[in-house]
Design a protein around this ligand. Sequence first.
Ligand code: XMP
Length: 329
Amino acid sequence: MAGGALGRDALGLRMNDPARFHREAVARLRAEVTGPAIVAASGGIDSTVAALLAQEALGDRSHAVFVDTGLLRAGEVERVRSHFQASSLRWELASAGPRFLSALAEVSDPEEKRRRIGHTFVRLFEEQASQRGASVLIQGTIAPDWIESGGALRDTIKTHHNVGGIPADAKLRIVEPLRDLYKDEVRVLARELHVPEADRQPFPGPGLAVRVTGALTPERIEICRQANAVVESEVEEAVRQGTLARPWQYFAVLLSTPTVGVLGDNRVHGQAVSVRIVESIDAMSATAQVVPPELLRRIAERITRELSGRVTRVLYDITDKPPATIEWE
Ligand code: XMP
């Protein structure tokens, strides 16, 4: 699939021989990193693969850190714990929910949110690094992250938290073993490394912060989290029953326009949720998936019932990428 303004074929990148890429990536990491290193491990495929390569290359000098940003999906910490365990990855949890929330207080501009999240991650990794005498941060950055952060296009589409969100005065040297790969290539490598569920859906590093449009409050984050859990469970059930092809990504977005609803005999000024279900190969372009109407009806019924009085309207986003992007912010 061509990647918009800069087609991936133009970059000449391919994962033809994953075993060879694996060997060479480990050798490169050994050559590039001589002391201890922190690995930013979000639990997603990209950073899990990067962390496994780092662990193989550096042994005990590799310290994978998973940050609970307070912006995670329902059940994420447990899910990540079981994925890391199944991959035999050694890791540590850094709980930083209040820190991210205060960095984001009263920010509603999407780019500003992304910058602040990137900064907060880096400061936290710097502290982790100084405790371990490390001067290197290993990240699972892949090609679309830096391309869309303005690395190869005329304009910045989005500042990915792990690229443009890094402060200019960051003290750590950044090493990115997967930076030339696209997601489908990382998935091939993930299978080579026996990562479980290598085809699971991506979850952006900035988490629910870019799925709650406008200002963030603990209550709005929680509404988005609960609506998202409904979308995930209904889509996964439809996939299990064979009524839906496995989408690339499926999630809920909390909108910032209040909307009038009715609860019993009373008027409610509630919130609106948009459901996004897309097909893609590498996230450079995407198609809004045509899904069975019963699935959408069930999702709308459950979200408005489980968040009764708070969410009064559910929409389905039918826009492709381009012209939209996959995430709303
Ligand atoms: P967009 O919204 O740009 O998303 O079409 C493309 C893919 O990238 C994910 N995404 C991110 N992943 N840090 C990440 O790790 C980010 O800042 C970020 N922003 C978007 C998005 O979920 C989709 O899979």
